[in-house]
Write a protein that binds this ligand. Structure first.
Ligand SMILES: O=P(O)(O)O[C@H]1O[C@H](CO)[C@@H](O)[C@H]1O
Ligand SMILES: O=c1cc[nH]c(=O)[nH]1
Length: 250
């Protein structure tokens, strides 16, 4: 077993389920545990990264908050996989978007996470590695959304280290050309999770996000206080996928 210091997740070996939902925000983890899970147990409070395990429709499911950024989610993913044997990692985050076809509240599933963060440069050098979501999980999410009459948009997303890039401090070539590629969402952890999971043959990962604010339709933005609780469609789809995986992936 690889030893990680400092630990981000400290609990007993069998406390965490094979399928883990991963919101960045610890209070979103708390909301899901309190509103969707039966008999939830808080198993982690290290660094305020709440982690809960409970039962959803008879299936054991965990919800572990990751904090913000690719480094945090990668460390969480490695610890979940190496120390706790987790197999299915599903991010459930929030995002911005500069795509005119996307609106605040839309639920998105990332096909591939185009990476503006330094993590892949460090690992792959000039080799253009493209972090992609697991096909089986994406297919399950897509079918689950359809079965439940929920809208789910599947497409490429962007992952960067800056939440609010300031136009006066970032060169315009960094910002503008990318908006022409019609990424469906823009967040800060997706590529980290997909790269971390790609190191393990038997681990699957998927990135789901809900658009919480929009670069074109700024008047639609979700108030901060509602960002823990508002994205229930994404939560339901992810929990149903976790349940299906527990039932044998049907
Ligand atoms: O809502 P979460 O999951 O934290 O995700 C998004 O929200 C944070 C920025 O507000 C970043 O972590 C971004 O990726
Ligand atoms: O990463 C994020 C998350 C929410 N909204 C954004 O604009 N970016």
């Amino acid at each position: 077993m690889v030893e990680f210091l400092p630990d981000m997740i400290c609990t007993e070996p069998d406390m965490i389920a094979e399928t883990v939902l991963l919101p960045g925000d610890p209070l979103r983890a708390k909301y899901i545990a309190e509103h969707f899970l039966e008999r939830p147990v808080l198993y982690n409070t290290v660094r305020g990264l709440y982690g809960y395990t409970g039962w959803y429709r008879g299936s054991k499911v965990s919800v572990q908050s990751t904090g913000m950024g690719t480094t945090c989610i990668m460390e969480c993913a490695y610890q979940l996989i190496e120390k706790y044997g987790c197999k299915n990692l599903i991010r459930i985050g929030t995002s911005g978007s500069d795509n005119p076809d996307i609106h605040v509240g839309d639920t998105i599933c990332s096909l591939a996470s185009s990476n503006l963060s330094n993590i892949t440069v460090e690992e792959f050098g000039t080799y253009d590695y493209i972090p992609t979501g697991d096909f089986k999980l994406i297919k399950m999410a897509s079918e689950t959304a359809k079965e439940n009459h929920l809208r789910l948009l599947v497409g490429p997303t962007k992952c960067g280290d800056m939440l609010y890039p300031e136009t006066d401090s970032v060169p315009s070539f960094f910002l503008n050309p990318l908006s022409a590629y019609r990424f469906v969402g823009d967040e800060m952890e997706g590529a980290g999770l997909l790269v971390a999971a790609s190191h393990y043959e038997d681990v699957r990962a998927m990135v789901m996000i809900t658009c919480s604010d929009h670069q074109i339709y700024g008047d639609e933005d979700t108030p901060l206080a509602l960002r823990e609780s508002k994205y229930t469609n994404m939560m339901k789809i992810a929990l149903e996928v976790a349940h299906k995986l527990d039932e044998g992936g049907k």
